[in-house]
Design a protein around this ligand. Structure first.
Ligand SMILES: Nc1ncnc2c1ncn2[C@@H]1O[C@H](COP(=O)(O)OP(=O)(O)OP(=O)(O)O)[C@@H](O)[C@H]1O
Ligand SMILES: [Mg+2]
Length: 205
C-alpha cells in the first residue's frame, strides 16, 4: 500500500456530507491538511506528535476522507510531500514495511482500516496490536502526525492496548497524542453507488 494506491476520485470536493456535523468535519480536515503542509514546508516538521482517528461503519467514507486529506497535502505542498507521508493499511502495520520506511523523513503516517479483519476489539491478535503499539511509540518519539481510520473507536482500541501495555508507556503517550477520535455517521455510500450504477444500465463501466 502506498500513495500510488490513492483513488483519484477521493477528494474533499467529491465528498457529499450526509449531515451538518460531517460538513464541518470535512472543512476541519481540509484546514488541518493545509496547516500540516505549511508546518512541514516552513519548519521541516512538527514540535510534537498528534493522532486523529475517524471511525464508523463500512461505507461511510473514512478511507475516502483519509485519501482526500493526503491528496490535499500533496497538491498544496508539491511532490516533495510524497516522501514525508507514509500511507499504510491494516496489513502494513507491524510488518517489515513499517520498519523500513518509518525513517525520520516521514512526518505523517496514515493507517487505513486499522484492525479491518477483526469482528471486535477483543479479537485483535497480540501481533497486530503490537504493530500498532509500535507505530504509536515510534510516532511519538519522532514527532509524527498519525491519522488512523477504523471500524473501532480509539477508546475501544486504547482499552485493549492498556491490557498489554506493562507499566503503561504506550497508553500514556497515546493520551498526550490524541487530538480527536471522531465518529463518521451516515449511510453506506457503497449502496448509493450501486443504485446509481443500476440506473446507468447493465454494461456501464
Ligand atoms: N459521503 C460520501 N460522498 C461521496 N462518496 C462517498 C461518500 N462516502 C463514501 N463514498 C464513496 O463510497 C465508497 C466507499 O467509501 P470508503 O471506502 O471511504 O468507506 P469506508 O468508510 O472506508 O468503509 P470501510 O469501513 O469498509 O473501510 C468509496 O467509493 C467512496 O468514494
Ligand atoms: Mg475504509
Amino acid at each position: 500500500m502506498g500513495i500510488e494506491n490513492i483513488r483519484k476520485t477521493s477528494t474533499f470536493e467529491s465528498f457529499v456530507p450526509p449531515n451538518e456535523d460531517t460538513m464541518l468535519l470535512v472543512a476541519g480536515l481540509e484546514q488541518l491538511a493545509n496547516d500540516l503542509t505549511i508546518n512541514i514546508k516552513n519548519n521541516g516538521g512538527f514540535d510534537h506528535s498528534r493522532l486523529i482517528n475517524l471511525y464508523g461503519k463500512p461505507g461511510t467514507g473514512k478511507s475516502h476522507l483519509l485519501e482526500a486529506f493526503v491528496s490535499q497535502i500533496i497538491s498544496k505542498g508539491g511532490y516533495e510531500m510524497t516522501e514525508k507521508i507514509l500511507f499504510l493499511n491494516d496489513k502494513d502495520v507491524g510488518t517489515w514495511r513499517y520498519g523500513l520506511y518509518n525513517e525520520r523523513r516521514v512526518k505523517i503516517v496514515t493507517v487505513d482500516d486499522l484492525f479491518a479483519n477483526n469482528k471486535s476489539v477483543n479479537e485483535i491478535s497480540s501481533f497486530d496490536l503490537k504493530g500498532f503499539m509500535d507505530c504509536i511509540y515510534r510516532g511519538y518519539e519522532t514527532k509524527q502526525f498519525i491519522f488512523v481510520t477504523s471500524n473501532f473507536s480509539l477508546s475501544g482500541i486504547t482499552e485493549i492496548i492498556a491490557k498489554q501495555d506493562g507499566p503503561g508507556r504506550i497508553t500514556s503517550r497515546l493520551k498526550e497524542m490524541t487530538l480527536s477520535s471522531i465518529k463518521l455517521d451516515g449511510p453506506d455510500y457503497r449502496e448509493i453507488i450501486a443504485a446509481k450504477r443500476i440506473d446507468k444500465g447493465p454494461f456501464a463501466f
